[in-house]
Write a protein of this length. Sequence first.
Length: 204
Amino acid sequence: MEYPSKLLEEAVMALSRLPGIGRKSALRLALFLLRSDADVSRDLSNAVGRLRSEMKYCVRCSNMSDEEVCRICASSSRRRGIICVVADFRDVMAIEQTRQFTGTYHVLGGLISPMDGVGPEKLRIDQLERRIVEEHVQEILIALSATMEGDTTAFYLAKRLEPYKLTLSTISRGIAIGGELEYADELTLGRSIQHRVPFGSQGY
């Protein structure tokens, strides 16, 4: 495509790097910003800049946070005795939308995937073990995607956490096999949290 302006082309190229944004969509966005008040572009630039420079990760659970400790971990209304283990902070957002879980979270930072060179040592499992001891945790809810990597990680966690004599549970399989947690609808995910089952009862 021929662009009438090098500046427009550069903007389109930058926007098209975003996931799910093709050249045509990037062009529409660039033209929208060009036609809008200068405040729109300025606000977008400032928001993205602050996201990059000021975003923190909770020192306790590794969720995204504006402060050293995230709002969930800092809340006095959350149940400290149960931790929901997830792969990614997007899973925290998905579960929070259901309003069915009142404990705290622990973000592993990924899933075990030998094909991608991701072993247990690259996940935040040591930190989870420290929290179990320090926070006197009674239950670990394993909420990982129903994929090969998710099941592998769940099985590894169950074996590693055996010495702590915890109640290990997992979300019920209302989530389709092969499904990613963040894409599950709120009703299905909420029911999977409500009707969680003992770990090992679903064929792990």
